[in-house]
Each structure stands twice: as C-alpha cells, then as structure tokens.
Design a protein around this ligand. Structure first.
Ligand SMILES: [Zn+2]
Length: 507
C-alpha cells in the first residue's frame, strides 16, 4: 500500500499588504519528493505524525510537495500557481496511490484564489478519483469551506490553542485514511456553522472537550471546533464551525455539529466575561514595570505574525524611548531593508535609520533609531528546546538574514528579513540571546506566548495600532463584513433556522 503525503501551510490575513513570497517558504519549508521525507520525518508537525503512522503500519509514503511559511497577506499568485502545479504534478507521478494525506492551514488565500485549500483538495480528488480516501489536517483558525468538505473524506483540525497537537492530529488523520484505504470505514465530513465570534478560550476548550468525548461513540471519527480567524475577505466565511467526521453517517455528523453549535450559542454570555482585555500604550509599559520582578511578556496581537500581520510595528519601541525606560527590553521586528543597511555597516558599526513600519500604510510608521549592530546572522533557527512544539515549529526554519541591534538606553531588537512566529524563546536563543534576562519581552503573538513563557512574571495583551485594529473598518474588504454575534443582533430564532437549514441540507 502507498499513501501520498503533502503539505501547504500558511495563514493569511486579507488586510495585510505584505504578500506571501517565496522567501517566506524558503525560510519555512519548500521540499518535494524524498527531500520531504528527510525534512519532516521525526518532526513535531502534522506531516511528522503522518509519516509515523505510515511507518508503523508498514505503508510506503509517496511524497508530494511540502511547503510551509509563517503568515502574511495573500500568497503571490504566480507562487500559488506554482505550488498547485507542483503538488498535483507530483501526485500524478506517484499514481496509483491508496490514499492521500495533506497538511493544510485552511485560511490560506492567494491573490487570485480565496480558497486555495479547497482548490488543492478538489484538484487532488480529480486526480485520484472518487474511491481513494483523502484526509486533510487544518489549523482550527482555518475557514472550512464546503468545497474542502466535499473534496476530502475527512477534515481534522487542531484541538489545542495555543496549538501543540500537530503530531496527534497527523496521527488521527492518517489512521482515518489507513482504515478507509483498508475498506474498514467510509469517512464523511459535515460542517455546521453559526455566526458567533468566539473569543472565550475557556468556552472553546469546553466545546473541544465535548467533541473529544463524542469521538468515543461508535462511528464518530473526529469532532473539531473551528473559530475561523476574522481577518479574511472571502465570499464563503464560516465564523464558528463544528467540523465532524463519521463513518458513513452524515446525519450523525450533522447532529453532533448541531449539538456543539447550540451549546456554543447557549453559553455565548461567557464571551464577554472570558475574553482577555487589551491595554493601550503607554499604560502597557508602565503596567509591565509595576509587575513583580522577572520577565514580563507583552504580546502585540494586533501585529501578530501568528495572525497574518507583518510583525513590523515598532509602537512599543517608540513608547519605551519616549518614556526613557532603562529596564532592558527585547523585541523582534520584521524589516528586511533595515537588515541590509545593518549588513552594510557591519558588526560594531552604528546606524541612524528608520526601523519597522514598512507595511504600516496609514496605521503605523517607522521609528527612527540610533542602533549599534551587535550581531549579523543567517537567521537559521536552532532546534526548539520546548517540551511541546509551538507555532514556530510548523512555520519557520529560519528568520531570513537577521541583525541584532542595540538602541540606547536599553533596547535590544532582533531584526529579521521575513515574518517570524515569535511565540517561543527559540527565536532569541538562536541569535545568542536569553530572553529571561530582560525585564520586558515583546512578542508578535496572540496567545502562544503563554504556553512557552512558563517562567514569566506576567503577561500583557497590547492594544497596539497594528493591522488587527482594522477589523472594525471595512475598507480592506471587497465582501460585506460577516454578520455575527456579538457585533450584530443575532436571535435564537435565527440560529435555530440556520441549524435547521444545515441539518436539512445534510439529508
Ligand atoms: Zn491557529
């Protein structure tokens, strides 16, 4: 038996002007054929899970394309077309196969394709025909489209946030495909969606736990909860979904999805109570300095690379300079132009230059700094020392060419050439910096930092001027903003009617 294995993973924010480029994939993964096997075997990624399951079952993997990058705006169209072409060409060359396992994100847009994951799955289905099982893993923040559910037999999304169950989901998807290829099951996937924007992590965890409980029932293969990330300008947008895989029982899948979504709706009051507040500048800094001794991690969710933003907003650095803060602080900023200027000056040299703000448009600007160049690096990331994998491990193998600079009185900045998932200490340790030696560490992350900075003295979520702030205006949208609770007035009757319609469609 042979099962094809591929990966296309990047998270898009439609509003971000920095498009997805080849250099970002080169700083992540861009491998095919046997190089895919060498790259991913033994890694703590979904593909690592696929390969472990196949190896254990004595099944030969048929490698396709393995491409991942950190997040950005939509992928440049020629690059997306190349990715689609390579994935499908390699699959044709690998025929016949008994199954397909593909690791996707689910919210990956290209300039000319809103649903790249659906397009890939449909293309794969066309090549392998109706009887070869296909399973895809997804980030829970992906947008599960009808085309994805129709083209794949099984969609399996992360069940942890901060995400760290990449291998487990790879194993789960692989077992579904192996059982289906052996004729033991006939997986079928349904999507149940309601217009409710879920920002309460405890409620999300309760829903995921309820889904895992239902996976114990006979015939229930996988129950996912997908709170799609909100910065997508797509026609088919699913605000909150239950994605359910059963063994040949779409009615059962739909009824589980309905139970999950009705429970989410019934407990919607928890959203207001359980969503973490965000603190504006300069209060975020004064609050951090007032915390107990140790390292305070300030997350900048509105410029989070994990959310598809450029990671180049320097508002915190500007505020630290304005306040004259002498406590040491550590930052990571994506600015390839600055890195080039730093390389021209060389280690030990000084540079007066704008920093960051390259993709801020009218939202934020560069800060002009006097910087001393302390280190220049190829940006290659060391192996993570984290007991559990994080976002960095599935997105970046490098930060691109990187400069470490110091700005008086006590600011250290790691300047990278591509967006980097700065969720864990590895990004700093890879350039010889120990983040716990700093009073303040600023990361371009939403939630993952809480998983990795276990010894932090405190956490602050910043209300910065980044692109995430644009969520409330619609200038970046070509489609109307999705109607959703709590922004819009959504009634019980409306939710029930939506659920009834979806149950009807599944019959
Ligand atoms: Zn995610």
């Amino acid at each position: 038996m042979r099962i094809a294995v591929g990966r296309f993973w990047t998270e898009t924010s439609s509003m971000t002007p920095l498009l997805g480029k080849r250099a970002m994939f080169e700083a992540g993964a861009l491998v095919e054929g046997t190089a895919l096997l060498d790259f991913f075997r033994g890694t703590r990624t979904e593909v690592g899970g696929f390969l472990a399951a196949l190896d254990e079952a004595g099944i030969e993997p048929a490698p396709l394309l393995g491409a991942h990058a950190s997040c950005s705006g939509p992928v440049e169209q020629p690059l997306w077309e190349w990715i689609y072409d390579r994935m499908t060409t390699l699959l044709r060359e690998q025929l016949p196969v008994d199954g397909v396992l593909i690791s996707l994100h689910g919210a990956s847009l290209a300039v000319g394709e809103e649903d790249t994951c659906g397009a890939l799955l449909a293309g794969i289905r066309e090549i392998v025909g109706p009887d070869v099982p296909i399973a895809a893993t997804l980030d829970m923040h992906g947008n599960p489209t009808e085309r994805m559910a129709r083209s794949a037999d099984a969609l399996v999304a992360y069940k942890t946030y901060p995400h760290h169950d990449f291998v487990d989901r790879g194993l789960q998807a692989a077992r579904i495909v192996i059982d289906a290829a052996n004729g033991l099951i006939r997986p079928v996937t349904t999507i149940t969606t309601i217009p409710m924007y879920l920002t309460s992590l405890p409620l999300m965890e309760d829903l995921i736990a309820a889904g895992v409980e239902r996976e114990r029932e006979p015939g229930v293969l996988c129950c996912s909860i997908m709170p799609t990330h909100p910065h997508l300008d797509v026609e088919e947008f699913h605000v909150l979904s239950a994605v359910t895989v059963t063994d040949g029982e779409p009615d059962l899948a739909q009824s589980i999805g309905r139970d999950q979504m009705w429970r989410a709706w019934s407990e919607r009051d928890r959203i207001a109570a359980e969503t973490r507040p965000r603190t504006p500048l300069p209060k975020a800094i004064t609050d951090a300095l007032a915390m107990p001794p140790g390292t305070v991690v300030i997350a900048d969710p509105l410029d989070s690379v994990t959310g598809g933003f450029p990671g180049d907003c320097t508002a915190v650095i500007e505020s630290l300079l304005d306040l004259g803060v002498t406590a040491p602080s550590l930052h990571i900023i994506n600015d390839p132009g600055f890195v080039e200027r730093a390389e021209a000056v060389g280690i030990g040299g000084t540079l007066r230059s704008p920093l960051g703000g390259t993709w801020g448009a009218d939202r934020y600007e560069p800060v002009t700094v006097d910087a001393t160049i302390r280190l220049l690096s190829d940006g290659k990331l060391m192996k993570s020392r984290e007991p559990q994998p994080g976002h960095l491990e599935v997105s970046n193998s490098s930060m691109g060419r990187t400069a470490v600079v110091e700005i008086e009185p006590s600011i250290t900045v790691v300047v990278t050439s591509v967006p980097v998932m700065s969720t864990e200490q590895t990004v700093f340790r890879s350039v010889g910096i120990e983040p716990y030696e700093y009073r303040i560490v600023v990361v371009k992350s939403v939630n993952q930092q809480r998983f990795h900075y276990t010894e932090a003295a405190g956490f602050i979520d910043l209300a910065g001027p980044g692109w995430g702030n644009a969520g409330n205006d619609s200038s970046w949208r070509s489609y109307p903003r999705p109607r959703q609770y709590p922004t819009d007035d959504v009634t019980d009757e409306e939710i029930l009617a939506i659920l009834d319609r979806q149950s009807e469609a599944a019959r």
